[in-house]
Design a protein around this ligand. Structure first.
Ligand code: NAP
Length: 279
């Protein structure tokens, strides 16, 4: 059994990004829009800004009050769309309940959509064209590729069907010739489906949901979940202690998928810069 070291892979990739940013004459900039002061969102935003600082990417934090109207958030997005010093932009989710997430996301100029969440970028991914890919599923694929885990012809199961993680991850695995099954909260006999898979990716937000009897010997298990266990300790969607001994490869939480998500955001910001400045 090998533990997939997401932190090491992310650190190495950040080093490469920093080297490349140094060679760029212009400025690469990421704008982060945070509406309100949700404590978890603030931590995520801080990590994103720190990653920018480490790699020489300029960051712009736009912190709007929690009671901002749709028009106020929309005006900020439009201003950043027109600002040439902003290469990439993300709207930190979740937004306060009174704001329509999808409608605001779709105001982001797709060229600057470094979280791959506009319908334009999602449509490009779905139809096999070059796209800016959602950071978490992209990070999962980078990990699988880094460890040379064979994908072609393998049975992969993705548990979770969110627009942010499950759906794009299923597409990315299918693009790499996996045979993909997507499971969700209404799936029957979920354990039987996961037990037949060579690769199981879980992204549901339910602490230690995937148990040892739901996984076959030698499987690769990717845990996207970020949950708290009964003692308030950070854990994933996988019962790591009992599942790990059965696996060929497994990601831990923390130190697996998480560090890759932020890294792929800066990777995409650099990618967006290169696309915007293509001669
Ligand atoms: P989400 O939008 O809440 O979606 C959860 C998905 O899980 C839904 O499709 C839901 O099914 C499914 N689900 C819930 N309970 C289930 C169950 N008992 N059995 C099977 N499927 C079930 O969540 P998300 O944004 O995709 O995030 C999922 C997890 O990943 C969360 O813990 C989040 O914190 C974590 N996350 C981590 C990172 C990272 O960088 N590590 C990044 C993003 C998210 P239905 O569609 O039927 O409701």
């Amino acid at each position: 059994m090998q533990i997939i070291d997401g932190k090491a892979v992310a650190t190495a990739l950040r080093g490469k990004i920093a080297e490349e940013v140094k060679t760029i004459a212009g400025e690469v900039g990421l704008a982060v829009i945070l509406v309100g002061d949700d404590p978890a969102s603030k931590v995520y935003v801080r990590n994103k800004i720190k990653a920018c600082e480490e790699t020489g990417i300029k960051s712009y934090l736009c912190n709007l009050p929690a009671d901002s109207t749709f028009d106020e958030v929309a005006a900020t997005i439009k201003r950043l769309n027109e600002d040439d010093s902003v290469t990439g932009m993300i709207l930190q989710l979740p937004l306060p309940k009174h704001l329509n997430e999808n409608e605001l996301i779709d105001l982001i100029d797709p060229k600057k959509d470094v979280d791959g969440c506009t319908f334009v970028q999602k449509g490009r991914l779905w139809t096999g064209r070059d796209s800016l890919i959602a950071c978490t599923p992209y990070g999962v694929i980078k990990l699988l590729e880094h460890y040379n885990i064979p994908l072609e012809g393998k049975n992969a199961v993705v548990v979770g069907r969110s627009n942010l993680v499950g759906k794009p991850l299923a597409q990315l695995l299918m693009d790499r010739n996996c045979t993909v099954t997507i499971c969700h909260s209404r799936t029957r006999d979920l354990g039987e489906i996961t037990s037949a898979a060579d690769i199981v990716c879980v992204a549901i937000g339910k602490a230690k949901f995937l148990k040892a009897d739901m996984v076959k010997e030698g499987a690769t298990v990717i845990d996207v979940g970020m949950c708290r266990d009964e003692y308030g300790k950070l854990c994933g969607d996988v019962d790591f202690e009992n599942v790990a001994p059965k696996c060929s490869y497994i990601t831990p939480v923390p130190g697996g998928v998480g560090p890759m998500t932020v890294t792929m955001l800066i990777f995409n910001t650099l990618e967006a810069y290169k696309q915007q400045h293509k001669k």
